[in-house]
Write a protein that binds this ligand. Structure first.
Ligand SMILES: Cc1ncc(COP(=O)(O)O)c(C=O)c1O
Length: 410
């Protein structure tokens, strides 16, 4: 394995879960379902619940501190994503956030407008938009290659014309793992006057992107899969957000933060979310001179990706040479996130259960990407085996997984 830019021991010291005795000997390969939570986030959550669990944004000390802690999360998250704080909205989950967006777009689009959705997405970034057909919106599907599960820009180009107002696509599929070219997708959308809604849930755990560089109009991810609390983080271009009809209480129409997140905010979890950014800064410090540049978030991103690519290589090399295994998505570690799904003769969940006896925490199923499984000829009830890891995974855990697979796969 090539030299790793990040020392796993230093990373893991920042996660209480790695010191938890009940996890000893168990290798975690279900990070795409939800990562471990960083100490920085847990400390902020505990502090909020202990010292400032009062109504925020008031006039007394604890209330002022609570509001300031929440504001800090808007500001720090925005800085890490390279956008203004007025882009950021916190909601209960990404599915809840996109459900609200779907309703908002129902009031913004006009009958006869067209939108493009994929069949590679998790249902959260496709079903919500497809429902707009009921409002007279034409829904065009950008379909994956039936063998590889990959999306091509040529297939997208064939769907675009001046009727298209929205392209919804994943930055990274939670099954195929492919990293899609968001900047190119967005450039195509903007060239025809459309906007993009990019699902970053499966990408963000591998490094927060520079949204100004990607150009996406809407980009969302789930903090609980990115070392944070159970929140959905939605970044939306303020000028677009202002055009969308208010989804909150009527008297909050002039308060941008309240217009697209009708659920009452989870104050503590919003306040704890700035801990994710603290964690990324710690990753950048651990990377030291191995990561280029000055910006800590871009440096953390680069180091996390380099680490994952090095870790994924032996696993993909092993899987590639097994005739009984069909890898969904690209088999080049540089083209994908380490969310690796394989189709087998046996149902994914059956194999996952056997892997558990080898200390491997993984899962099988369709992971709410039913359309992708159907498009690639896999019965969603049969499902795939998904092994997802992140930068804090160790080379020894990869070896443990390969040994377990070797014992259990045909
Ligand atoms: C790619 C992707 N998008 C969206 C979601 C939905 O996220 P949430 O659980 O925050 O609703 C998930 C959850 O697994 C996901 O993997």
């Amino acid at each position: 394995m090539t030299a790793l830019p990040l020392d796993p021991a230093r990373l893991r010291a920042l996660f209480p879960a790695f010191a938890e005795p009940s996890f000893a000997g168990q290798a975690f390969f279900e990070n795409a379902g939800g990562s471990y939570t960083s100490r920085a986030v847990l400390d902020k959550l505990t502090h909020f619940y202990t010292a400032t669990k009062v109504q925020p944004y008031g006039v007394y000390a604890a209330s002022i501190e609570a509001g300031e802690a929440m504001n800090l999360s808007y500001e720090r998250t925005a800085a890490a994503l390279n956008v203004g704080a007025d882009w950021i909205h916190f909601g209960p989950s990404s599915s809840a956030n996109t459900y609200v967006l779907g309703n908002a777009f129902a009031g913004w689009l006009k009958p006869g407008d067209a939108i493009v959705v994929t069949n590679q997405d998790h249902e959260a970034n496709t079903g919500n938009w497809r429902r707009l057909a009921k409002h007279g919106i034409e829904v065009r599907e950008w379909s994956v290659d039936a063998q590889t599960g990959r999306l091509s820009l040529a297939a997208l180009d064939a769907l675009l014309d001046s009727k298209v107002r929205l392209i919804a696509a994943p930055h990274c599929s939670n099954i195929a793992g492919e990293i899609n070219p968001v900047a190119e997708i967005t450039a195509r959308a903007h060239a025809i006057g459309a906007v993009t809604a990019i699902d970053g849930v499966s990408y963000a755990p591998h490094g927060l992107p520079d949204l100004a560089a990607l150009g996406a109009d809407i980009y969302f991810f789930s903090a609980y899969k990115a070392y944070g609390p159970h929140q959905g983080i939605l970044a939306i271009r303020p000028s677009l957000a202002a055009e969308l009809p208010n989804q909150g209480h009527h008297f909050n129409d002039s308060r941008p933060r309240y217009r697209l997140t009708p659920a009452g905010p989870d104050h503590a979890q919003i306040a704890a979310s700035s801990g994710i950014v603290d964690y990324l800064e710690a990753v950048a410090a651990i990377a030291g001179t191995s990561a280029p540049g000055d910006n800590p978030y871009r440096r953390a991103h680069a180091a996390m990706r380099a680490q994952e690519i090095a870790l994924a290589k032996p696993l993909l090399d092993y899987l590639r040479q097994k005739n009984s295994v069909r890898i969904i998505g690209p088999d080049d570690p540089a083209e994908r996130a380490p969310t690796i799904s394989i189709a087998l003769d046996e149902p994914g969940a059956v194999v996952a259960k056997r892997l558990a006896s080898h200390g491997i925490m993984a899962a099988g199923g369709h992971f709410y990407a039913q359309r992708l499984l159907e498009a690639t000829g896999i019965d969603p009830d049969h499902g795939v085996l998904r092994m997802s890891f992140v930068h804090y995974t160790t080379p020894a855990e990869i070896t443990q997984l390969i040994a377990a697979l070797d014992a259990e796969l045909a």
